[in-house]
Design a protein around this ligand. Structure first.
Ligand code: ADP
Length: 856
């Protein structure tokens, strides 16, 4: 049954309300509260029953047919919700806004929040990662990207370039889970994001026009930027529907201040997750994350994805890392103190937005208590920023919140004794009455002579006097007992006195719970006033935590402080790939360190060497060291002098399967184009066997042309590995290109990799040796060797062509064309239709042709 076909006039009032809400939230699944369940109807029910494997039932709703329905218990809805949101659905929680007991009419129901992938704030999100939601807001000539993490309140905005390709490339660097776009955004971008990058994209056109959150963008002058932010704000407020006053003032992201890494580069270098398993373990982030707080871990991740270019700031971090290493005892104390600090950013989010509980405030208190110790250590370390301490707030929380408060806010036990006199008074009444009941039990036993008489309580009947079956005959009329309940082994009675006390106790209980709730909310309001300061404190804690982590890593793994050169020289002595080195330690293997030397006059290192020799590891190693250096971390080298890079481009390893529908070679060429059009003299380019995806001559020519282009027109520091040994002779023409090779030794046909990078080139590929290491069949390897022998003996060494010798390329192509003509002739003939004489003639002519062509 379709929702659109329903005659609404026949529907029951509850279903009419459901219809109204569904009209307002058409692309959202409604979790519609009915008593103890959340129910789904119509298409929602069908979708949910499939996705969550729930039984699909029906509900009488006034129509001839029953309406499809599926339900989940309200007490255990979170797991179901997580699954749906993770699968990309939006879920609106529709709550009963009144107590059914207090109203005669149908209870009011409304959406209290919409839960989407990018706006989650609950405990389901990874504490070590930001959960960003983004908005793309397109104008005629530019697009604005704004993004925010609702759980921490961080808000950013930036301009994007106009071209589609570049917009896509910029967005995909961030790994957003959810993006909202205005209708002006190119449809192709929307389709690509949905289909190729698997991002949840919704079209949304409203802008925030109220006053409350103006502070987020009040400092911005450019109306395009403010529109972008208003777009995202509007969406956030309509989905979250609560107090989001923890949202912070927006920061303009200035790309010039950051080392730019595109999405491919981040993936290729395995900065935050590994390529194959997409896991954090064995990524650079995994190695460097020795943070004690979630804030530190998130800050580190932000830095790794967007390192700095500001020399002053980088040096400032080095100084602190160094200081922490010298003062390692203070560092240990700092680590211990940081261990006490909870996630202040996300706590701030929870304090403002609804779902705060008393334990959160206890966490806040314990965190704040650690701050004076941290500040004292920072002072000793001459740290240049001051950490605010919150004595008043700490005192308030210390005096008010009960140490073992429950998670819920509606069962009391939240507030400490001594904080509020009215509460204390009520509690006295309650416990006084309870004492009275104990006394009453004693007195009644004596008065009635019934030895096992008991005073008890249950929720339905309240307080009662219980007498076992065997002694019921002792109950006399003059006792004034009134029978309330008969059970198999006892009878329960009440007396007027008991009821009187019960009223006092239960009245006090209810008052206590309500008062505690009110007091809790008042405390929360006070805490809210500190949110801005707490957030500032959180970002400082994040930085200091990251720096202590760098210092610890530097000491543990033997890293050195880089020297940042203004002379465009790169001299890394005995450098290592930090992650591979650590992984190898587990198997007690030794990583072979290598120099990477590119002085002012060298822009390209052309790397040759067999497969498996370590070429791509060498290249990755450089990029990772650069990234480490530019986030303020020390590096795995004996010594390191390097310039500050502005961008890194990589084309390494397997092609990106995200951009489907394009061949590996096409992707490779697009990457190359992107690199050479965007790179500057200050960039780093890593090309691993560029051009191998096409025919040898094509590939080699392209590789050479690209090398020449980088050499003559860009001057970016470039590592270029290749199997085209012919390219090594370029060093005689290109003065800024140097050859290096990774060595291997072959003994009795057995290949050993030394992983040592040396000056000059090699001209042997050892491909067959490597294949045999991969255990290809003996017979196959033997045959390959035979074929190789034939090739090596027959083909003369191919000349290398410079840019001016285009004629030679044409020559090559012509030769290939003629070879193809013969092939074509054979393909086209049909031996079944030939007479023996025809066949003989055909063969004769073919032979003549071949002879002629060889003479040419
Ligand atoms: P290539 O790109 O030349 O085919 P890789 O860089 O993929 O080779 O390296 C092949 C293997 O050699 C890797 O598994 C890596 O662990 C190991 N390796 C690379 N460089 C080193 C090194 N410097 N020291 C020790 N092992 C290395």
């Amino acid at each position: 049954m379709l929702r659109s076909e329903v005659d609404r006039s026949k529907l029951s009032p509850v279903m009419v309300r459901w219809m109204e809400l569904k009209d307002s939230y058409p692309d959202t699944i409604l979790f519609f509260r009915l008593g103890d369940f959340y129910e789904m109807f119509f298409d929602d029910a069908i979708t949910v029953s499939k996705e969550l494997e729930l039984t699909l039932t029906g509900k009488q709703a006034g129509l001839e047919e029953r309406v499809p329905m599926a339900g989940i218990p309200a007490k255990a809805y979170e797991g179901y919700l997580d699954t749906l949101v993770e699968k990309g659905y939006k879920v609106a929680i529709v709550e009963q806004l009144e107590d059914p007991k207090t109203t005669k009419d149908m209870v009011k129901r409304d959406v209290i929040q919409v839960i989407t992938k990018g706006t989650r704030i609950d405990n389901s999100i990874d504490s070590k990662d930001n959960n960003y939601i983004a908005s793309l807001y397109a104008f005629d000539y530019c697009t604005i990207l704004s993004y925010a993490d609702v759980s921490t309140g961080e808000f950013f905005v930036t301009f994007l370039e106009e071209e589609k390709e570049k917009i896509l490339r910029s967005i995909t660097t961030y790994a957003f889970k959810e993006i909202i776009v205005n209708s002006k955004v190119d449809k192709e971008i929307v389709t690509m994001l949905r289909n190729n990058y698997h991002v949840e994209v919704s079209i949304y056109d409203l802008l925030y026009e109220e006053e409350d959150y103006k502070y987020v963008y009040k400092k911005l002058k450019d109306v395009r930027l403010t529109s972008g932010i208003k777009h995202l704000l509007s969406y956030l407020l309509t989905t979250k529907k609560g107090d989001l006053s923890h949202l912070q003032e927006v920061k303009i992201e200035d790309r010039k201040n950051h080392l730019l890494l595109d999405g491919n580069t981040k993936r290729n270098l395995e900065l935050t997750e590994t390529l194959r398993l997409r896991e954090r373990t064995y990524s650079l982030l995994w190695l460097l994350d020795k943070n004690k707080t979630a804030m530190g871990s998130r800050f580190l991740k932000q830095n790794i994805e967007s390192p700095l270019t500001d020399k002053k700031e980088i040096l400032r971090r080095y100084d602190m890392v160094e200081k922490l290493s010298v003062e390692f005892i203070l560092r240990d104390e700092l680590k211990d103190a940081l261990d006490e600090v909870y996630d202040l950013e996300r706590l701030s989010g929870r304090i403002c937005y609804g779902n705060l509980n008393a334990r959160d405030l206890l966490q806040l208190k314990n965190s704040l208590k650690a701050l004076p110790t941290i500040q004292a250590i920072l002072e000793k370390l001459n740290y240049d920023k001051k950490l605010e301490v919150f004595d008043d707030l700490c005192e308030l929380l210390d005096n008010s919140i009960n140490e073992d408060a429950p998670i819920t806010l509606k069962e009391g036990g939240l507030i400490k004794e001594g904080y509020n006199s009215e509460l204390d008074e009520l509690r006295k009444i309650r416990s006084g009455s309870k004492d009275f009941l104990l006394e009453l039990e004693k007195e009644e036993k004596e008065r009635t002579g019934i030895k096992n008489l008991k005073v008890g309580f249950n929720k339905v009947f309240g307080y009662y006097i219980e007498v076992s079956k065997g002694q019921c005959n002792l109950v006399k009329e003059e006792f004034g007992y009134e029978r309330r309940q008969t059970l198999s082994n006892c009878e329960r009675f009440i007396t007027p006195l008991l009821k009187e006390k019960e009223n006092i106790i239960l009245g006090a209980e209810e008052k206590i719970i309500n008062l505690e709730y009110q007091l809790f909310m008042q405390i929360r309001e006070v805490v809210k006033r500190y949110i801005g300061q707490i957030q500032k404190c959180a970002s400082l804690i994040a930085e200091i935590d990251m720096l202590q982590s760098f210092s610890f890593v530097a000491d543990s793994y033997n890293y050195v402080r880089p020297i940042l050169s203004d002379k465009n020289e790169l001299i890394l002595k005995e450098s290592r790939h930090p992650v591979v080195e650590e992984v190898m330690k587990k198997t007690k293997d030794l990583y072979v360190s290598n120099d990477i030397i590119m002085d002012q006059d060298t822009s390209i290192l052309l790397i040759t060497g067999p497969n498996m020799a370590g070429k791509s590891t060498y290249m990755r190693q450089l990029a990772i060291i650069v990234i480490m250096a530019q986030i303020g971390c020390f590096v795995p080298c004996k010594s390191c002098t390097m310039p500050i890079f502005d961008k890194i481009f990589t084309r390494i390893g397997a092609s990106d399967d995200l951009v489907s529908g394009e061949s590996t070679f096409m992707v490779e060429m697009k990457e190359a184009n992107f690199a050479i059009s965007e790179a500057t003299k200050n960039s780093l380019i890593l090309f691993d066997e560029l051009g191998r995806g096409t025919a040898t001559y094509d590939g080699m020519s392209l590789a050479q042309a690209i090398l020449e282009h980088i050499h003559d027109k860009i001057g970016a520091k470039t590592l270029f590995s290749t199997h085209y040994h012919e390219l090594t002779s370029l060093s005689s023409d290109l003065s800024h290109l140097k050859n290096v090779h990774v060595s291997a030794v072959e003994e009795e046909g057995k290949l050993t990799f030394l992983h040592k990078v040396k000056q000059g080139s090699v001209d042997k590929s050892y491909g067959i040796n490597v294949a045999s290491l991969a255990h290809l069949p003996e017979s196959l390897i033997k045959r390959a060797k035979e074929v190789l022998n034939v090739y090596e003996n027959s083909s003369e060494k191919k000349p290398i062509y410079t840019q001016t010798s285009l004629f030679s390329f044409e020559e090559i192509e012509e030769k290939e064309e003629k070879k193809n003509e013969i092939e074509e002739a054979i393909k086209e003939c049909n031996p079944l239709e030939m007479t023996p004489i025809d066949a003989l003639n055909f063969l004769y002519h073919l032979k003549e042709d071949i002879k002629k062509k060889e003479q040419e």
